[in-house]
Design a protein around this ligand. Structure first.
Ligand code: ADP
Length: 490
């Protein structure tokens, strides 16, 4: 799957989580609103119910005062309260379910209220009003008053009304408590769920980001590793595991590049090997004719030494020197081409000892002195390091016209390698030849010098190049030379 698709998927997943959070919050807020509405409606119901009971007291008070005093003002407050109670009963019946216990109670309350007003309060009020208008109705009023007031039925209706209302408000209070608990529960649930969903969304977002970063960086790390391997000369490395993402074309290109490099270097290595083989074979073949010339010159000298003039002797000497020089050139070429052929194993090498061995091989002249600073011990290919020192020290002695030939060898430690220095007080080199002297068969006008073949520094260069080490020469004609090179610690 493509990385962009992972990003889209992650994004959609997080969006879904947020949508779910919003939906749950919405649903929970609906429940909260429902409960809040119920609580406020319930408060209204209980308030109205209490008002109804207060109105009954007002009606009782107003009627009694009217019956006692005949003041119209009292009957007005009675009538107002009576009318309000009718309205209250109507509005309460719209607020409660008619089929519920509260609905039934309301109907009973209405019946009791109607019974009270129809049978007691209204007849008394009318009788009193008639008695005020004409005193002949006073006897009627007194009769009605006695009939109504002293039977005890009115108290019974009042008690029943009170009991019904108590039951009605008790039910309302318990319903309200129940909804209050529900409201508290749903508020808590809303808070908890919101928190959980938000934390989950953030966690999922972090996980998605981590996954994508890990996926990309893993692939890039592999390609980086491959590039590193290629720079270190390992062209066979490939970035495996094809994946259908945006980095796939880059992976393919890198693999193709590595393949192309590998093919080219295999070809190059092969042609180098063939060239070395060719040099090896040619050197061997050339040795034969040279040996033949040397033998012929020796035979002439041995068999005809009486008849040879000094001039011919001189020529024969020159032939021998040139043959010797030719042999040195062939030997140099052979050792140069052998470098890749020889398998060298590693061992612990004390470089101080190694330099002393080099001097033993070279057998320097008596006017030679060596200044040797303490050199390190290395686990390395002894033969190769010996070849490098052998060529540098022998050059320092060879290309030196000082009365006292002095060579100093010292080393500086670096992070992964040692840098070695071979300094001489020889004839020095013009800076323009610093590169040329490292090419094979390149000499600087010492062709006459019987020991100069131009192979020594080419061997040094080949060894150091193979080991991917660096080398340098600092020199001035007449002021000696300092050759330096690095050598890995292990
Ligand atoms: P050879 O093996 O014949 O000595 P090299 O390849 O070692 O040849 O050196 C190439 C040339 O570099 C030499 O002919 C010489 O002119 C010059 N050269 C090398 N080393 C030194 C040195 N220490 N001082 C002066 N010249 C040098």
């Amino acid at each position: 799957m493509k990385i962009s698709q992972y990003i889209y998927l992650g994004f959609i997943f997080i969006l879904l989580l947020f949508s779910a959070t919003t939906f749950i919050n919405f649903k929970l807020s609906e429940a909260v609103i429902e409960n809040t509405t119920f609580v406020s409606r319930s408060t209204e119901i209980t308030k109205t119910a209490n008002r109804f009971q207060r109105n009954i007291l007002t009606m009782v008070d107003g009627l009694h005062s009217y019956l006692l005093t005949g003041e119209k003002l009292f009957i007005l407050s009675y009538e107002e309260a009576n009318k309000e109670n009718d309205d209250i009963l109507r509005s309460l019946s719209t607020l409660v379910d008619q089929q519920s216990r509260q609905g039934k109670l309301l109907q009973e309350i209405k019946q009791l209220n109607d019974q009270w007003t129809d049978e007691y309060t209204e007849p008394l009020k009318q009788a009193k009003t008639l008695a005020i208008v004409s005193p002949r109705h006073l006897e009627d009023f007194n009769r009605v008053y006695r009939n109504r007031r002293f039977t005890g039925d009115e108290e019974r209706i009042q008690r029943q009304l009170k009991a019904k209302f108590r039951e009605f408000t008790t039910i309302e209070y318990s319903l309200r408590d129940m909804h209050r608990v529900k409201l508290a529960d749903s508020t808590r649930l809303t808070r908890e769920l919101s928190l959980i969903m938000n934390v989950a969304s953030i966690l999922v977002a972090l996980l998605v980001i981590r996954f994508i970063i890990k996926k990309i960086s893993r692939r890039i790390e592999r390609m980086n590793y491959m590039a590193r391997m290629i720079t270190e000369g390992n062209y066979d490395v490939r970035v495996g595991e094809p994946e259908a993402d945006e980095l796939e074309p880059l992976r393919n290109s890198l693999n193709h590049m590595a393949e192309a490099l590998s093919d080219s270097f295999t070809l190059l290595r092969k042609s180098n090997q063939e060239l070395d083989q060719y040099a090896h074979v040619v050197s061997h073949d050339l040795k034969g004719p040279l040996r033949g010339i040397k033998n012929i010159v020796t035979w002439i000298e041995e068999d005809h030494h009486h008849s040879l003039t000094p001039e011919v002797n001189n020529y024969l000497q020159l032939i021998k020197e040139r043959v010797h020089w030719g042999e040195s050139l062939i030997e140099g070429l052979l050792s140069y081409s052998r470098l890749d052929r020889d398998q060298t194993s590693k061992e612990l090498v004390d470089v101080n000892e190694l330099v002393k061995e080099v001097l033993d091989i070279l057998t320097p002249p008596p006017n030679f002195t060596l200044k040797l600073d303490p050199l390190p011990q290395l686990y390395t290919e002894r033969i190769l390091l010996q070849q490098v020192f052998l060529n540098l020290v022998s050059n320092g002695i060879k290309y030196n016209r000082s009365e006292r030939i002095e060579i100093q060898i010292y080393a500086q430690e670096q992070e992964t390698a040692f840098q070695f220095f071979v300094a001489d007080n020889g004839i020095g080199i013009e800076p323009q030849y610093f590169d040329r002297i490292f090419s094979i068969f390149q000499t600087l006008g010492e062709l006459e010098h019987e020991k100069s073949t131009g192979v020594g520094l080419a061997i040094v260069k080949k060894i150091l190049d193979n080991k991917k080490q660096v080398y340098q020469v600092l020199s001035e004609p007449g002021k000696g030379s300092v050759f330096s090179f690095t050598w890995p610690k292990s």
